[in-house]
Design a protein around this ligand. Sequence first.
Ligand SMILES: *Cc1c(COP(=O)(O)O)cnc(C)c1O
Length: 331
Amino acid sequence: MKIAKFINSPSEKEIIFTGGTTGSINLLARSIGNTLKPGEEILISEMEHHSNIVPWQLAAQRTGAVLKYIPINENGELDLSDPDKYFTPRTRIVSLTHISNVLGTINPVKKLAEKAHGVGAVFIVDGAQGVPHMKVDVQNLDCDFYAFSGHKMLGPTGVGILWGKMGQLVNMDPFMGGGEMIEAVTMESSTWNSVPYKFEAGTPNFAQAVGLGAAVDYLADITMEKIAEHEKELTNYALDKLDKIEGLRLHGSPPQRGGVISFNLENIHPHDLAQFLNEDNIAIRVGHHCAQPLLKTLGETATARMSFYIYNDESDVDKFCQSLDSIREYF
Ligand SMILES: *Cc1c(COP(=O)(O)O)cnc(C)c1O
């Protein structure tokens, strides 16, 4: 109920508890993915997280469907200059990230939903970076599915959500079989419980679900509008400061962006950078960020990524930049 309200789901029955974003997307890639026919198309993008690439590669291998990628432009936005090349009458599934976990790009989800529906495809949003950082209203976005994870929004690991439109969910086959998801079982066959239980096989992960509920209360109390505003201010503050650091290459400059900034500094390997920053008690993520295809497009094998949440402030950015300056001098 709390979660339904948090993302403005029309019904709590449209909230399916999963193990996380990865679990949610795999459910879809199995359930809807298995209905694909040879030559039908799945459309994703170059900026996807591995968990929104690999399940679709597997689905394409199983069914003979074709996996297509929307490229990115210089700014790190989806390149929609020639949409008819990607949204075709053969497109059955479109699955795109709400916010890039590497570039910070906020994708125009509502517009993309229109494009997907225009060719009769279902539209899935990987919201692992969306729900924690901005107000998400699934009805306004008009997507068919929206997936996110508890541990990226101050909640526990091992729990996530798949929101789906009831009209889609009732027609889908279950992904996993077991207890709870059935209505009746005979030795020969079984019938399914109603939505959402049809998709929640086994003993529910209720301890984690309660934890996620507490995280939602906490975030809703602050309000997502304030959180988004706070991250925007910090990101702009950091971009101004980083711009003045010599030898720093920023990846992507999307006008609509969330609170992550990826960069490389001269020829210093991001892993060395992370180790030096760590000595100053600054924790950042470095590496390929579970987005190897995107890193290939950027021409890097690893990047450093600064990211903000509600517990950061400008003094963190100042310390970060001081630390970068001294690392640069050391090298
Ligand atoms: C973290 C992340 C995922 C995967 O989430 P899990 O919690 O590991 O399942 C998927 N997409 C994006 C954009 C992410 O940032």
